[in-house]
Every structure is written in C-alpha cells, then in structure tokens.
Design a protein around this ligand. Sequence first.
Ligand code: GN1
Ligand code: MG
Length: 366
Amino acid sequence: MEHNTKKILENFRIPGKFISVEVNKTGLINDTYIAVFDDNNQQTGFVLQRINTLVFNKPVEVMANIDLILAHQAKKVMLDPDHPDPKRGLLKLVYTNDERSFYQDEDDNCWRVYYYIENTVDFDMAETEAQAYEAAKMFGRFGNYLSDLDVKQMHATIPDFHNIVKRYEALELSSKKDEVNRKDKCLKEIDFALDRKYLCNIITNLLKDSKIPVRVTHNDTKINNVLMDHETLKGLCVIDLDTVMPGTVLSDFGDMVRTFTNSVNEDVPDVSKVKMRLNIFRAMAEGYLSEANDFLTPVEKSNLVYGGKLITLMQGIRNLTDYLKGDVYYKIDYPEHNLDRTRNQFALIRSIEKQEKKMEEIIENL
Ligand code: GN1
Ligand code: MG
C-alpha cells in the first residue's frame, strides 16, 4: 500500500523544510523511508518507519521500551571514555507535534521518526574479521550498558519471541494442518528440525532453574544493525530496537553467530556455499567478550556456542513454519524464498555442528 509519507512527516517536530523522502528496502518486517529536510541551508536526514502492527501489536509498549532504553543508555554513552563518538552513539527519536513518540494515522498505522546518523555505513555480511570484531563489540557494549536496567521495567512486546519450545509447537501445528499443501516439498527439512528437538531441553532447564538470568536483550543482532563510522569503520551505534525486551544473552550471541559467521547471506539458495567461518567466529567472540566479559556469568559464557546453534535452528524453523503457512510473516521475493532460507539456515547448523568443539575452545580461552 502507498502511503503519503510527506504528509505523515508533517506530524513530527522536524526542524526545517521538507526536501525528499525515499523508501529504503532493508528489514523484513517494518517499512523504512529516508527523509531529507533543509534547516538553514543544512541538509539533515531522518528515518521514518511504519511499525508493522501485525507483528508488533502493542506499539505503545514497543515505544515505551525504546524510550526507556535510550534514556538509560544516554547517560552511559556520554560517560564512556572508549566510545569513539558519543554524539553518534545512540538513536534519537523525533517526537510528534503533540509530544508523543509515535504517530497513529487514520488507518491505525503507527509511524515514528529517528534522526539519521550521518557518515555511517553498515554491512549485510561480515566481510572481514575487523568488521565482525567491531560489530560484536558494539552488541557487547549494548548489553553492558543495559546490564543494570531492571528487566521488570521492560515489556515483552512479542511474547515468546525466542521461545524455541513454542516455535516447535508452531512448526508441528502448521505441518499437521498443511494449509497450503506444501508439506511434501519440505519433508526433509521438517525431519531435520525434529531430529534436533532435544536441543530445547538445554535452554528450558537453564531458565527453569534460573541458572541463567533474564536480561534486557536486543534479540536481532544482525551485523547490519550496527552503524560504523564510514572512514574509521569503528562501531558507533546499535539500531533496530523494536525487539529489545526481556531475553537471554544466548539470543544475542546466537544471532551474531547466525548472521556474522555464515559465508553467505541467509537468502542464498545454494547451500553448498553456506559455511560457518571459524576465523569470523573468533573475531566476533573476541569483540563481544571484550565488553561482555564484564557482565556475563560463567554459565552464560559456557552456553554461548549452544546459543548460536539454537538461534540458527529457531530461524530455520520460523522460515519453515512461514513456508508451510503460505508466507504470512516474512516479506518474500519469490514463492520458495522461505524454503530456501530454511535450507540455508539448516546448512549453517550442519557446519556449526562440525566445528562446535573448536568454537567452544575459542570461548574458553577468552
Ligand atoms: C526479522 O525485520 P528484520 O529484518 O529486522 C525478524 C527477526 C529475524 C530476521 C531474519 C520482529 O528482522 O527476528 O531474525 O527477520 N524480526 C521479527 O532475517 O520477527
Ligand atoms: Mg529487526
């Protein structure tokens, strides 16, 4: 659906005169646009986003979480002697004319605006060890800044978002119903997932016995959710805060393993190209732990590699479930897209399984 984004922007307290607004095609859930305004001959960028309220059906809570963590981190970034540029260290919201963090239009679409952080780059893939180190360090720092925020103040905006048991239930239900007659096309993938169902027990037991804490976690630690300075390539700012909610570090480290170490992007259908790159894993583990060693417990640390397997498995299961349901959740570019994504993720698990011992050794030595 087309939206009159220029008009929507009028509801926000953006200084200056509107110049342009263009769609930005990253992200599988929300819609993102980049707007430019001219304020006294100075061009300033803004990021306009339509929150997908089918996924985030409590936008008030999403925005309350974001407000809270930004306020909490603001103090920390400013006082952090190691931050390369605190002014570009945090997303900043532009409020609406009536002082709200988001604007709701006549059709109940929810919109919000952030200042665009200038002179930055982000990467869809970890091309070098240095990039992996920097981005992982930023997620470690993000966790560090939030490690003293009371998790009870945060809303679980998508209940059971990273609950692997519930994800299995959804897969099994969609496979039983087989609503769009696709089950025959993915029997191998369903078996692959079911063969690994025992992996659920580890996290279930860790949580049940409170052996690992529930913390404020990011829950979408893809490498392109870190902005880096375009010249020095130093990590500056963690973005995409919609899924920041109570969770475990296994999710945050796990999603880094899933997205940083894969030798190809999660959309690549040729699974022979999929590989867990151990050198990238080492660099990202070093970067993450350079910050996270300050707050992680020994039990959390010893389960990080398991987190990598778990989150990759969960992503494959989510894609497979969506395929079986007829592509109702993720944006897709062609009919078999979700199945290709599943195969890609499952190939990554095989590669992790082959190198798990070495990965564990790396963590033990950091
Ligand atoms: C979604 O929209 P995006 O790309 O930031 C998804 C993540 C998945 C990811 C897979 C709310 O994130 O959980 O890991 O796609 N976000 C939600 O690429 O479901
Ligand atoms: Mg996201």
